[in-house]
Design a binder for this molecule. Structure first.
Ligand SMILES: C[S@@+](CC[C@H](N)C(=O)[O-])C[C@H]1O[C@@H](n2cnc3c(N)ncnc32)[C@H](O)[C@@H]1O
Length: 245
């Protein structure tokens, strides 16, 4: 677990998404239906699942599928076990490390995790090791669409525990760089970057006590998320994996 990610602890008790799912959570249902999940693919693993709110939404939509969630914060896993459907299995797993379980799933989902780390190629290989020989990986988060890769280190002066500029986790990888990287990884059969357009009536207020928490702004008629670090362009990344080639 990264000691430089104080913000991850704030997601643990955010129970509102257990009953009122995020817009992106609802979009996963469509993405999964497009690949016939629930018919051809049976198992799904949410990497960095936090309190399990995404899985708790998906379990109702795909009741016949087997769902797993992992995280590196043990308190998150405890909250998830307590508050979500009993058929979902939770366990500790660090995506920066070699897996310790033999589990491979048809589909991996990972939201807000990819951008925490700098060794992006290593993490991608770890994702690939956790998916079945023919499967899918869905990654979601903000990306840079201008060809610029940005590594961010910050201090949130209102919430700092150390007084140092030591917080990480909001890196911005460019679509251009990721395309080049995906082209080089032989297990990635194809990929798609799907820009997320948030509905105009989705509004999230700025929480001045937690300026890292994103809020919505209207920019030239588009509804965007912004936080104390940057204006965000969100994407789903869909990777089709074939390890036999
Ligand atoms: C930004 S939060 C997103 C939580 C959740 N996926 C969501 O969208 O609400 C990132 C999550 O990834 C987890 N995480 C951070 N590093 C991880 C790692 N190396 N392996 C697995 N999970 C990790 C954090 O503990 C946290 O729960």
């Amino acid at each position: 677990m990264s000691k430089n990610r104080d913000h991850d602890y704030l997601y643990i008790n955010e129970k509102k998404y257990l009953t009122d799912p995020k817009y992106t959570t609802t979009q996963f249902e469509n993405l999964l239906k497009e690949i016939s999940f629930g018919k051809k693919q049976e198992s799904l693993w949410d990497i960095g699942c936090s309190n399990g709110s995404l899985l708790n939404y998906l379990v109702k939509k795909f009741p016949n599928s087997k769902l797993y969630g992992s995280d590196v914060i043990k308190e998150s896993l405890e909250v998830a076990k307590k508050n979500t459907h009993s058929s979902i299995e939770y366990f500790f797993d660090d995506i920066t490390k070699e897996k310790t379980l033999s589990l491979e799933c048809d589909v991996l989902i990972s939201v807000g995790v990819f951008q925490i780390y700098e060794e992006i190629e290593k993490i991608l290989n770890q994702y690939i090791s956790r998916v079945k020989p023919k499967g899918y990986i869905f990654i979601q988060g903000p990306l840079n669409k201008y060809g610029v890769d940005v590594l961010i280190k910050y201090r949130d002066n209102r919430n700092t525990k150390t007084e140092e500029i030591d917080q990480i986790g909001w890196n911005l990888w460019s679509v251009e760089y990721l395309e080049n990287l995906f082209d080089k990884i032989k297990e990635i059969e194809n990929y798609e970057f799907i820009p997320i357009h948030f509905p105009k009536d989705l509004t999230v207020e700025h929480d001045h006590k937690d300026t890292l928490r994103s809020w919505t702004v209207n920019l030239d008629g588009e509804n965007k998320f912004l936080n104390g670090l940057f204006l965000q362009d969100h994407y789903f990344i869909k990777l089709k994996i074939d390890k036999s080639s």
